[in-house]
Design a protein around this ligand. Structure first.
Ligand SMILES: Cc1ncc(COP(=O)(O)O)c(C=O)c1O
Length: 379
């Protein structure tokens, strides 16, 4: 497939990423490090391009979920420290050591295995201890933080560089639960200090906590969503902080047909025209990450007008009802992003789909070519 000829593309604005990084840098103290989370191909924006733009504009760390994602960045010449956030299988440990990836640890056997690999390769593996303060996913319980860390510090070839926790309520940051987790993490840190286990990098804040709870910033913040210009709580912006969405999604019309009233559109005939109208076809579908949930719910911008997506979304096409508007083959539709004064946002998609904006951008598939641009206009 020649991707450049496909009339479907996602445009990623490097200037928006740089702008968002600068906004987060403004929010945190100068001695607080900014880790940019580029897992899942940079939340669908492109991991390498995001990493480069972020490191050039004030980020000092990167985070990935999989070591394979970290290896990809290393192979492309990224030398910045990279933390692997995800859980690992035994087969994935060696690449962490050889590629100088920083590993999240919370299981003793895995830490021992890392130590053996590092010793064999005559290298040092840096690790960050993950404490589970209430996420219920990965991490050691608060009560085991001291024993676990003390054990790690005795392992040859292992350097304990960080300790962190992850908040479960990213989209309700002012709730009591995040305060409960913060307090639990504080207890773990107090116990580590009392045991004279000094760990240089303590971190807890994701985008929401970085934006809304400055007292969670500590030595480093781990920001994903906000770097891509999206808010974890769409209705809750922070005064003085403006984030710019970095991704737009486009498709060109490949067919327009005039149909009479009573014409059924797409699989399942869930939409039947109620008047004579024109139906335009866009060559993008759920195979590209346009959720089926958008059928008869979502809309696109074309010629500065919102037109509804009608009928079911199919794997490779969607249909829009453009009425009597003079739409032609080749016209450009905006599925995500701005056109004139209006914009279809990832938060709207999330509403239509019953999900969160994280999933919207991650879902845009590898069939959709990414085009990187440097826009200076504020959107
Ligand atoms: C451990 C960890 N830290 C930070 C983040 C970044 O979260 P956000 O995108 O809300 O900033 C994630 C994302 O899932 C994560 O898993």
């Amino acid at each position: 497939m020649n991707q450049l000829t496909r009339p479907v593309w996602a445009e990623v604005d490097r200037a928006a990423i740089a702008h968002n990084v600068a906004e987060f840098r403004r929010l945190i103290d100068t001695d607080c490090q900014l880790m940019v989370v580029v897992k899942s191909d940079g939340y669908g924006h492109g991991d390498l391009e995001t990493a480069r733009a972020a490191l050039a504009s004030g980020a000092s760390w990167l985070a990935v979920a999989l070591p394979e994602e970290g290896v990809r960045l290393r192979r492309s010449g990224i030398a910045a420290p990279i933390l692997v956030l995800g859980s690992l299988a035994a087969e994935q440990l060696e690449m962490c050591v050889t590629k100088d990836l920083v590993v999240t640890v919370y299981q003793w056997e895995q830490a021992q295995a890392l130590s053996r690999i590092a010793s064999r390769l005559q290298k040092t593996v840096r690790v960050h201890v993950k404490v589970d303060t209430g996420m219920g996913r990965l991490g050691i319980p608060v009560e085991q933080a001291v024993d676990f860390t003390a054990g790690l510090q005795r392992l040859p070839g292992v350097e304990v560089q960080g300790v962190f926790t992850h908040f479960a309520t990213a989209d309700q940051p002012l709730g009591e639960y995040v305060r409960f987790q913060q307090q639990r993490f504080g207890e773990a840190l107090k116990q580590l200090t009392a045991a004279r286990l000094r760990i240089p990098l303590r971190h807890s804040a994701n985008t929401a906590a970085t934006l809304y709870l400055p007292d969670t910033h500590m030595d480093m913040v781990r920001v994903g969503l906000g770097i891509y210009g999206l808010l974890p709580i769409p209705s809750k912006s922070v005064p003085g902080v403006s984030l710019k969405p970095a991704l737009s999604l486009f498709a060109r019309v490949t067919s327009v047909r005039r149909v009479s009233a009573g014409t059924a559109i797409s699989y399942g005939t869930s939409y039947v025209t109620w008047r004579e109208t024109s139906i335009a076809v866009l060559p993008i579908g759920y195979g590209d990450g346009v959720s089926r949930q958008l059928g008869n719910r979502g809309c696109v911008l074309l010629d500065e007008t919102r037109f509804p997506i009608v009928g079911h979304v199919t794997m490779d096409h969607i249909m829009i009802d453009v009425g009597d508007h003079p739409v032609q083959i080749g016209d450009e539709a905006v599925l995500l992003g701005g056109q004139a004064a209006d914009a279809v946002t990832a938060d709207e998609w999330a509403d239509w789909m019953g999900t969160i904006s994280y999933e919207v951008t991650c879902m845009i598939g590898s069939r959709v070519p990414r085009v990187y641009v440097q826009r200076t206009d504020a959107r």
